[in-house]
Ligand binder design. Structure first.
Ligand SMILES: C[S@@+](CC[C@H](N)C(=O)[O-])C[C@H]1O[C@@H](n2cnc3c(N)ncnc32)[C@H](O)[C@@H]1O
Length: 435
């Protein structure tokens, strides 16, 4: 096991600048950089809590909202057993590839070079390239998310990856090629993440897709090479595609010692938008019905993903503070004369959010070992008509009512709310399960 002695700069302390606390430092790039999204937290936060919770060789670490895998990848890098749950198929795929260190790096890169050469030869025939997306899949993309020429190049490359991998399936290398392609698609796209995803005004008419992809593959091969000597390749680490509100479907009873996670916040963010382009290109989303099915498995955090049969709010009916927040949102909406269908659902999205988190925390209890410790990174919000939502303290209250002990609420960082210019706290709610 890698030693867990941390340098001062690893610590989650207030001496770190606001920017540095959110960034991937150079020394942390290996594996984490294979694919990340704007929602990720930094690996040094994971190290800090592993140390603070005094993780040992026997510790099993869980991230029930695994995203692209910062917690589980960092835990595996340090030699701990790790398990994740993630409901978004694209994020789940990225996380599972980042946990797979089995491919032989030389073979991985050599085959990548062959794929790149075959793709370049076909691209030379442009503009006669034929691949396109199905109309149902294309309809899921934001308008002008990617220009026609880079899109055809990406699809041509994907065709070659899939053909080569069909022939060499036993080598188990194709997921790495496809994950690198997701990055190259974002590079070639017109998308901006700032942090909301939007389409830039100036479109990229073309992009060096194949060169970019091969560079990615080189970086992946180099990382695998550098990890070989750590003998961590077989360290158990797995991520399940599933709903964290039902962890009992994926985790054995009494099996988890530590939880380090960042769930969604009640912030009107549609988490499927962040990964939409690559989800469509890689075939994780094929049509509107598929998109709705994915949204259905997510904790509600925005008015665009509220369904008629949702009933997680029954879990928080005894929380006057949450009901009061919902009432205030509705009152403000009426005062402001907002009548859109979505604004009418702001209050309900809020109660469904806390209800979903309550269901998660309730169902998690039987999976935790006695004295398990938990860290939940959550942000205060003011996204719903500027009504303040103290997410951390409300989750802490719900957790305590479910039998968890509150250890502390740390300040991770503050974020300036764009609409109100007010600093919102991003906190880490620390809990203990007495068992
Ligand atoms: C803030 S992000 C986590 C980012 C992660 N810490 C990382 O480093 O990439 C929250 C994640 O929770 C996932 N999620 C939302 N609802 C979920 C649910 N019910 N079950 C499992 N995952 C869920 C979202 O898809 C998203 O990837």
């Amino acid at each position: 096991m890698t030693s867990l002695r941390l340098s001062d700069s690893d610590l989650l302390n207030l001496e770190l600048s606001r920017k540095a606390r959110n960034q991937l430092s150079h020394k942390d790039r290996a594996i984490h950089n294979w694919y990340r999204f704007v929602l990720s937290f930094p690996p040094h936060l994971v190290r800090y809590y592993l140390q603070r919770f005094q993780a040992t060789a026997k510790t099993v670490v869980l991230d029930p909202f695994a995203g692209t895998g910062t917690t589980v990848v960092e835990a595996k890098k340090l030699g701990f057993s790790a398990v994740g749950i993630e409901a978004n198929p694209m994020a789940h795929f990225a996380c599972s590839v980042k946990l797979d260190w089995a491919p032989r790096p030389e073979h991985l890169y050599q085959t990548a070079e062959n794929i790149a050469n075959a793709t370049r030869a076909e691209i030379a025939l442009l503009p006669h390239l034929s691949p396109t997306l199905s109309p149902d899949a294309a309809a899921l993309l934001f308008k002008n998310a990617i220009s026609p020429r880079p899109l055809k190049k990406i699809l041509t490359l994907l065709g070659h990856i899939d053909r080569v991998c069909d022939r060499t399936a036993s080598d188990l290398v194709w997921p790495h090629y496809r994950l690198a392609l997701a990055n190259s698609a974002l590079y070639a796209s017109n998308l901006r993440f700032a942090p909301e995803v939007s389409v830039a005004r100036k479109h990229k008419a073309d992009a060096q897709v194949v060169d970019h992809w091969l560079d990615q593959m080189k970086a992946i091969a180099d990382d695998l090479h550098s990890l070989n000597h750590l003998s961590l390749i077989s360290q158990p680490a797995v991520v399940h595609l599933g709903d964290a509100r039902q962890p009992q479907h994926h985790l054995a009873p009494n099996s988890v010692d530590l939880v380090i996670t960042s769930p969604p916040y009640p912030n009107e963010k549609d988490y499927t938008r962040t990964t939409r382009l690559e989800s469509v290109l890689l075939g994780f989303l094929e049509n509107k019905a598929g998109l709705q099915a994915v949204k259905h498995d997510l904790v509600r955090s925005n008015s665009r993903s509220v369904y008629r049969d949702d009933d997680d709010d029954r879990w928080i009916q005894n929380y006057p503070q949450i009901l009061e927040i919902a009432n205030t949102i509705n009152q403000r909406r009426e005062e402001l004369g907002k009548t859109s269908g979505f604004s009418r659902l702001y209050a309900r999205a809020t109660t469904l959010y806390f209800g979903g988190m309550a269901r998660h925390l309730a169902n998690l209890r039987s999976r935790l070992r006695p004295n398990a410790q938990l860290a939940y990174v959550v942000g205060e919000q003011a996204s719903y008509l500027r009504v303040h939502i103290p997410t951390g303290s409300l989750l802490a209250q719900i957790a305590q009512d479910l039998g968890y002990e509150l250890i502390d609420i740390d300040l991770f960082r503050t974020r300036r709310a764009s609409k109100t210019e007010v600093d919102l706290r991003e906190e880490v709610v620390l809990l203990r399960w007495p068992g």
